[in-house]
Design a protein around this ligand. Sequence first.
Ligand code: GDP
Length: 453
Amino acid sequence: MSTIAAISTAQGEGGIGVIRISGENSAEIADKIFKSVSGKKLSEIEGYRALFGNIYKEGEVIDEAVALNFKAPHSFTGENVVELSCHGGVFITREVLSAVIDAGAVLAEPGEFTKRAYLNGKMDLTEAEAVMDLISAKSKSAARAAMYVKEGTLFKKSRAVKESLLTTAAHLSAWADYPEEDIPEVTDNSVLQSVKNSIDVLSKLLSTYNIGQAVKEGIDTVIVGRPNAGKSTLMNILSGVERSIVTSIEGTTRDVIEDTVVVGNVILRLSDTAGIRQTDNEIEKIGVEKTLKKIESASLVIALFDGSKPLTDEDISLIDKIKNVPSIAVINKTDLESNINTEYIIKNIENTVFISAKNEDNIDELRNIIEKLAGTENFDPSAGIIANERQKNAVKKAVDSLKEAESALKFGFTMDAVTVLISEAIDYLLELTGEKAGEEIVDRVFHNFCVGK
Ligand code: GDP
């Protein structure tokens, strides 16, 4: 395999920038452009040593650098790796990379370092995907969940199921192929039990997908309510910044504003809206249309009501619009005298909470309800999550095959048919971890990576 190189740090100005080189000739290639102050060569020193020196391009010193030497197989990729830490700047890191390329390395493809780590058996496919998730994590919970998958939680769970199914399948084959041997008879019941247990474990794993998405990607949330109900104020509290303009003139927040906030374990992708009142104003009409569309497609609606004012027809039609979608009714302004009859709200919307956005009263209760609805209130990142569509599909297909095996057993099909279905499920689990994944699947996984990772 060729020796590859790329800039592994973000493109921008920073204290240091790292150019990573991986492949058999990493040290020899680096030696052509890096001269250490001590005179030692990277190709001659042991692994896990650093040298300080200068980087040369076309005979000229272009930067100083620290060169780190890793020897196969004890490196990220499992190959010989050299990391050149030079000064972090867009121009200088590109110059150093171009010197490395001139010296014989080829430009790494996106995700190629991690792909090589996978191909060299340093990690399975779920762990490789978790590397990317860790880099793109937007919250502490998302980062922790990715870290646990990177440590192999998903791989280990899938392996345990796979091992148990393999034992069952092997037993079935042996018993069918060598009837004269003294192999204990496989009973329908013992096979059924093994299949059922596997379905249970995998189904539980599948159920982590939606929660995982809420933690990782966030859920589409709409804040809606009459002008002046306190939507912008609440949104500012949730996001912790002055996000939308708060004024006491009705109808200020006309447009749908997007923002991302972290509430406990869950990320909310918030849209603040114009409310849904009847209006002749063309611009406001567009806002109202947008709000209605948003409500239809949202995963969560937070409806705000001004507790200091009586409920209006507009509030009633909002309640009717959202009563069948996951929603929270927030009755705001508890610091003012209450003038609202909440009966209709409570009757139609399961989750109701009283707050004062201005004084930040009872916001924690709102946060708890949000987490309860998102399913993330007891989220345990160490239990491992199904992190993406690819993983979900592989596990789902394994469960489907096992369910077929279960029916086959119940309807008294031959054990051959059952063995085929169990083997199919095992194959899907091997696809999940990448132990038996086609090139196309592997390429698709790494396609989404950034260059240098
Ligand atoms: P929006 O139109 O729904 O976005 O409402 P805003 O967030 O802009 O708030 C409208 C007005 O109500 C502002 O003057 C806020 O300061 C005020 N307001 C918001 N929440 C509360 C609250 O809990 N109590 C009181 N007394 N005033 C509030």
